[in-house]
Structure formats: C-alpha cells, structure tokens
Design a protein around this ligand. Structure first.
Ligand code: GLP
Length: 245
C-alpha cells in the first residue's frame, strides 16, 4: 500500500516484468468474471495490455473463462478512423481480444471514430455506460505524459466521455501504429469523471517511461499536470508496475 500525505491509499504491486503484470491482471479479470459473469469492463488499447489480452484469450480457449454475459466498453478511439481502419482501436480490440472470445456483440461498445457527430458519439458512449450500470472493472494504461485514455495534461478533471485534441507527444508515442499522412488530431475518450466512477481500477505501467507518471500518481502534485494523479483518491485502485516507483 502506498499512502500519500493527503491520506489516499493506492494498492501497488511491483512485478518482475510485463509478463508478470499481465498474469496478475488477467487472473483478476478472470476471477471477477467467474464471480460476476455480467461484469461491466472498460478496456484500453496500447502496447501494455497486449499480453493481458493474450492471456484472456488463452484462458477462454482452455474453457477457464467466458465473456458471454459481460458488457465491454473500449476507453477511446481516434476521430476520423472508422471501425475497419487498421489503425483504429476498434480493429485493435477485435484482433487482440474480441474475435477470439465469446463476447456478445450486443454488449460490446466501441466508439465509432467516423461518426458524423463525434460529440454526439461520445455522449452515446457515456449513456451506454450509464445504462449498463457503470463500469465494475476498468483496466487502464498510462501515457508517459500521464494521460489516461486520451485525457491529456491541462484538461478538465470533471469530464464525461468527450472529444479531445491529442497532445503532440501522444501522437509521437503512437506514431508507429498510425497511418502515414493522415494523423488524427482528435479522439473520443472516456473522461476523468467516467474513469473515476469505475468501481475498481487496475492500472498497468511497464517500462522506464512510465516511472514518472506513477511517481506523480503516488505523490501529491497537481492533477492538472498529470491526469493519472486524478486516480489517487479513487479508493479501489491497484497499480501494477515492473519497476519500483
Ligand atoms: C494510448 C491510449 C491509452 C494508453 C496509452 C499508453 O494513447 N489512448 O489508453 O493507455 O496510450 O499506451 P502504451 O501501453 O502503448 O504505452
């Protein structure tokens, strides 16, 4: 447990490597799904959660877990990339997880980056989360600049799912996954209020670039500079790292 000066409590689990982070995270998700088959889960993209998804797929193939009754929400999506665009998060989710497990398509919700009205699409995603009764479990990564979802430094902290302008450093970090010549400038993301309302959060951080954001989360600095720090008062936050912050 890490306890800050302001009295918050964050559960910190320091693992050997990303593979061990994934083992702990996947075991937790599988356990929760067994106890609560109709679990409502929020899922991130990025490099960090990939081994978690691999382990969930393997567990499903071994008949150890079912997603049939679960409701799944993707955290974010690039504005302008449709659900079949190879760089979209929708394709990522299908390739890494959804096509390989028994999730019910009626209970899988991925924001549509090509929606004619991105603000309305963001509001629709938020409304669906509400209709599902809120997120029971939210798996999260973190950006090197402390962004969660696509909530960038300097943004408001009381936001529902909304459209954001992407920070240049975020685009640079994700550059290798994005198409040449058509960099998206905006994204739809769950807001910090949506994220903070999740009943339980598992935050995964792997590698040297994630040390500073986790130090900021565990410190007492300003949330505006490091959006991830908004989670420090959450109450049911588990941080899995492969470094000692
Ligand atoms: C992306 C996503 C986040 C993700 C973060 C870290 O931009 N919007 O949801 O957590 O960046 O990604 P990675 O795990 O690849 O470092």
């Amino acid at each position: 447990m890490a306890k800050g000066e302001t009295g918050y409590v964050v559960k910190l689990i320091v693992c050997e490597d990303l593979e061990s982070i994934a083992t702990v995270a996947a075991a937790r998700i599988i356990d929760d799904l067994r106890t609560t088959p109709d679990l409502v889960i929020g899922l991130p993209t990025g490099r960090t959660p990939r081994p978690v998804y691999r382990k969930l797929v393997a567990a499903h193939r071994a008949h150890d877990v079912s997603f049939r009754r679960a409701t799944l929400f993707s955290i974010d999506e690039y504005v302008g990339l449709g659900p079949d665009h190879p760089a979209s998060f929708a394709v990522y989710m299908r390739e890494k997880l959804l096509s390989h497990v028994d999730a019910d398509p009626a209970r899988v919700h991925l924001p549509d980056g090509r929606a004619a009205d991105p603000d309305a699409e963001a509001a629709r995603h938020e409304a669906l989360i509400g209709e599902a009764g809120g997120l029971d479990l939210l798996l999260l990564g973190v950006g090197a600049n402390g962004h969660i979802g696509f909530n960038e430094p300097g943004g408001a902290t009381d936001t529902a799912t909304h459209v954001v302008d992407l920070a240049p450093e975020t685009l640079a970090a994700n550059r290798s996954d994005l198409p040449d010549g058509e960099l998206p400038g905006r994204a739809i993301t769950m807001g910090l209020a949506t994220i903070a309302a999740a009943r339980s959060i598992l935050l995964l951080a792997s590698g040297p670039t994630k040390i500073e954001p986790i130090r900021q989360l565990l410190g007492d600095g300003s949330v505006g500079d490091w959006p991830v720090a908004a989670l420090r008062d959450h109450g049911d936050l588990t941080v899995l790292t492969d470094f000692t912050p």
